[in-house]
Design a protein around this ligand. Structure first.
Ligand code: ATP
Ligand code: MG
Length: 369
């Protein structure tokens, strides 16, 4: 096991695509880190560089403190599981697990010991004589992970390994992965574009967009103290509501609504409130944002109300524009489309972002959760 480090790593492809721009990331020995971001943001590129399947244009990659930029993949002692893992269909589970070790001329008794140990860990020890075709999707997935782990790698890289499983199996294998990491704490990097998966799996997340790190932190940091509007809108389901607004003489204005005094400098801002923190009132009163119900979605435990709010266009203070917000309301809440409502934005739950850069303006450290 080892610490893994990216130092200022850039990967520029011929033709000019910058897949990764100055990535700085340290994954501690034994840590389980989630790399999350939308399609094309550079996640697989980062893993491929670490595994040695691709070379950085600049920067350093270290494993256990040693620069590995010029080491061949086989000399890096890294195991990788891809989305489309392929098992050898004609070989038993046992031989699939043993294959890599035999290739390395590991003594037979040692191979046997490691295969059985790994199979027990993954709870596939009853399946060693079966062929992949006789396994369920989740079992096959565990064999693929076993094949990578049986080598006892320095680091374990997983690139969207669950995306070809159905939702129920995904949950199950996710649980297996957590348990596995507790019992065998190999330094791991897990790639996903699914923010829910990222939140449930990881101790620490690295959120990426457009080849750049947006924020690195715990689930709590990312959810409660997003660094910018990208992170705020990407993490959470439904995501944080973001509205163009303006602070005038220390008072917040959304459209024509005059709200409260706020701890943010004067000028245009983007305000953010999560659906579960917006308070919905059946009638409008001063200090609220007036809104109009668009539609209501009952989800059993709660109801999502989608409403429209008048805001001012960024470019012109006079041109009105509508913005959509989602409010999480108690089960049983119901409104006809078009009903006028009032929205309260609790100040301690409202985020202020720079209208131009999207970077957070005020620290949310004081939110005690
Ligand atoms: N061989 C290549 N040549 C040129 N551009 C490439 C190459 N491989 C990847 N890219 C580009 O680099 C960027 C990052 O790709 P990457 O595969 O790392 O994304 P990703 O975050 O893994 O996305 P996904 O979630 O879709 O798998 C993308 O814009 C992609 O089009
Ligand atoms: Mg990818």
């Amino acid at each position: 096991m080892a610490e893994v480090e990216f130092r200022d790593v850039t990967r520029r492809y011929p033709g000019g695509v910058v897949a990764l721009n100055r990535l700085n990331l340290t994954v501690a020995d034994g840590e389980f880190l989630i790399l999350v971001g939308p399609s094309g943001c550079g996640k697989s590129t980062a893993l491929r560089l670490l595994a040695g399947l691709d070379k950085p244009s600049s920067g350093e990659i270290r494993i256990g403190g040693t620069v590995v930029n010029n080491l061949a993949p086989g000399d890096r002692d890294i195991a990788m599981v891809f989305q489309n893992y392929a098992l050898y269909p004609h070989m038993s589970v046992y031989r699939n697990l043993a294959y890599g070790l035999r290739q390395r001329r590991t003594p037979r008794a040692e191979v046997d010991r490691r295969v059985r140990e790994t199979a027990a860990l993954l709870e596939i020890d009853q399946l060693l004589d079966r062929k992949p075709g006789q396994l369920s999707g989740g079992q096959r997935q565990r064999v693929a992970m076993g094949r990578a782990l049986v080598r006892k790698p320095q680091a374990f890289l997983l690139d969207e390994p669950l995306s070809n499983l159905d939702a129920k199996l995904r949950n199950q294998v996710r649980g297996d992965l957590k348990r596995l990491h507790r019992e065998l704490p190999v330094t791991s990097i897990y790639v996903t574009h699914d923010q829910v998966e990222a939140m449930t799996l990881g101790d620490r997340l690295c959120v990426m967009a457009g080849g750049e790190v947006q924020q690195i932190g715990t689930t709590d940091d990312i959810y409660n103290r997003p660094a910018n509007t990208f992170v705020a809108a990407f993490m959470g389901s439904p995501p944080m509501n973001l509205l163009p607004a303006e602070v005038r003489s220390g008072v917040l204005h959304v459209g024509d609504a005059v709200l409260t005094a706020v701890p943010s400098a004067d000028g245009p801002v983007t305000v953010g409130v999560r659906p579960e923190h917006l308070r919905l009132h059946g009638s409008y009163a001063e200090g609220m944002v007036p809104a109009r119900v668009d539609f209501v979605e009952p989800l059993g435990s709660h109801v999502l109300v989608t409403a429209l709010v008048d805001v001012h266009d960024d470019d012109s203070a006079t041109a009105p524009k509508e913005a959509r917000v989602i409010i999480q309301a108690p089960a049983g809440t119901d409104f006809d489309s078009g009903t006028r409502i009032g929205l309260e934005m609790p100040q301690e739950r409202t985020y202020f972002f720079d209208a131009d850069t999207g970077d957070v303006r005020t620290s949310r450290e004081r939110i005690a959760l």
